[in-house]
Design a protein around this ligand. Structure first.
Ligand SMILES: CC(C)=CCC/C(C)=C/CC/C(C)=C/COP(=O)(O)OP(=O)(O)O
Ligand SMILES: [Zn+2]
Length: 497
């Protein structure tokens, strides 16, 4: 096994940590409206149990004063009574909650420590995931960026060097040095490099070769294979389109036929399956919708039925399930949460489709009565399309409607059920933490915190951030799942080329 040696580079003075604009605004006391949502009814509750008694002391005493939101004991007690957080916690963990759980606090320092330690020990500790090492980089680098944690320069350089060794001489990235290039690890490597964001990181991506690799894995149907002779699914289409769009190499040749393949993956339930005639799943629903937006072909989907399917995947436990009749899982906070958040900017298409639906239900020749469908209009698109602009324009667009899921309830699931006290996040209570779930639970938390805002990078109001305002994460570009500031840097960088 080739070992990734991290943290061994020559020491350089560290950059000053620059907290973001949002973090600099400091903590804001949550307003009354900002309290936790109503209790999730499916979590079994013992009605004979009273909320946890007051601790009797100053809840701030355990923590540095500067690190605490200005909540009084009475306010915390009131929150406990209103939200039954104490009850839920006791049922889940069989113990009285600590103050930070009751306050629904994001355990930032613990998560940062867990993720940073993981990055520093990437070589020897993860040999079981030897074919996934760019993923491991992404699953740690991205949540650290969400937490606004700046990596040491030498660590960043080591990651850039390692990913350069995973880059195939003929394009694309393998799971480790010398491994076959694969679309999933290519996506993970490109997103990691964009998140690092330095000139060195961005210029290490060989775009000409990446385009050749993408053409090699493009099937005659238009869809993509995960690797040469590999499988085709909605995930391979998304990862190909996402990296091509991000590094500004997406063109008609790469785009041709992908949208039609993805549209064929939408099922009778409304969600998107991995392949035509398979079962709708949150992971593929995100992939399919995100890819279609990057291709400016979201109107090829039946969006009202997609929205309905995703919205009903949020369970009484407050988290999302990945498919019908399955258990909720923290990682779907992103796959389902981001999919439905994306539709908040697609309401014009949704309205048009609803109008067409009502026309065609009134008269079979609804097409004549209502004019051409948006799909018919989209086939008239010009052939000199600036594809990278679709990702850019989409994020600059305002949300046309508020959240179509319970954004506060989702935050409650992540903070109360998915967080591990020692740092890291997980699928659900009883499961172990891991870097994949840490990445996607925090990505989902960010999406839900910003979902009530009209503009994607404006600061959410305190009532949209469950728990102390210091829980607020960096916003992401939800199509690529990279932190928004990092996306803008990459967009500028690759627009110049
Ligand atoms: C960018 C990229 C690579 C995206 C991948 C998207 C993604 C998460 C797809 C899910 C794949 C899948 C069928 C999981 C089911 O697992 P399961 O049966 O263990 O879980 P379930 O019970 O929750 O359905
Ligand atoms: Zn999961």
């Amino acid at each position: 096994m080739v070992r990734l040696s991290l943290g061994t580079g020559a020491a350089r003075p560290h950059r000053a940590r620059s907290r973001s604009r949002r973090a600099q605004q400091g903590r804001v006391q949550p307003s009354g409206e900002g309290g936790p949502p109503p209790p999730p009814t499916a979590v079994p509750m013992d009605s004979s149990q009273q909320p946890t008694p007051p601790t009797g002391g100053d809840p701030a005493a355990d923590h540095e004063a500067a690190e605490l939101p200005p909540l009084t004991v009475t306010q915390i007690e009131q929150m406990k009574v209103e939200s039954k957080v104490g009850d839920i916690y006791r049922v889940l963990f069989g113990a009285a909650p600590d103050t930070r759980s009751v306050m629904l606090e994001l355990w930032r320092d613990e998560h940062i420590e867990y993720l940073t330690k993981g990055l520093r020990h990437l070589g020897p500790n993860f040999h079981v995931l030897d074919a996934n090492r760019p993923w491991l980089c992404y699953w740690m680098v991205h949540p650290l960026a969400l937490l606004d944690e700046v990596l040491d320069d030498d660590l960043e350089d080591d990651i850039v060097d390692f990913l350069a060794r995973c880059q195939d001489k003929d394009g694309g990235y393998g799971g480790g040095p010398g491994q076959l290039p694969h679309l999933a690890t290519t996506y993970a490597a490109v997103n990691t490099l964009v998140t690092i964001g330095s000139e060195r990181a961005l210029s290490s991506i060989n775009r000409d070769n990446l385009r050749k690799f993408l053409l090699r894995v493009k099937d005659s149907s238009g869809a993509f294979r995960m690797h040469e002779c590999g499988e085709i699914d909605a995930r391979s289409c998304y990862t190909a389109v996402s990296v091509a769009s991000l590094v500004n190499i997406l063109d008609d040749e790469l785009a041709k036929g992908v949208g039609d393949y993805i549209a064929r993956c939408q099922t009778y339930e409304g969600g998107i399956a991995g392949e035509p005639y398979a079962e709708a799943h949150g992971g593929y629903t995100f992939c399919g919708l995100a890819a279609l937006i990057l291709l400016n072909e979201a109107d090829k989907l039946d969006l009202p039925s997609l929205i309905e399917w995703v919205a009903f995947r949020q369970g009484v436990e407050c988290g999302f399930q990945g498919r019908t009749n399955k258990l909720v899982d923290g990682c779907y906070s992103f796959w389902q949460g981001a999919a439905i958040a994306l539709t908040q900017k697609l309401m014009t298409v949704v309205d048009e489709q609803l109008k067409l639906k009502s026309c065609s239900s009134k008269q079979p020749s609804g097409k004549d009565a209502c004019g051409p469908s948006s799909s018919e209009q989209s086939s008239e698109k010009s052939s000199t399309v600036e594809y990278a602009k679709f990702g850019f324009d989409f994020i600059m667009r305002s949300n046309q409607i508020g959240p179509l899921f319970h954004n506060i309830a989702l935050q409650q699931y992540i903070l109360l059920c998915a967080q591990v006290l020692e740092g890291g996040l997980r699928d659900k209570p009883g499961k172990n933490r891991d870097h994949y779930h840490s990445c996607y639970c925090l990505s989902g938390l960010s999406v839900s915190q910003y979902s009530a805002m009209t503009d994607s990078d404006s600061c959410p109001l305190p009532q949209h951030v469950l728990g102390p305002y210091s829980n607020l994460l960096e916003p992401i570009h939800p199509i690529y799942n990279v932190v928004l500031d990092k996306y803008h840097t990459a967009y500028e960088f690759f627009s110049k080329e």
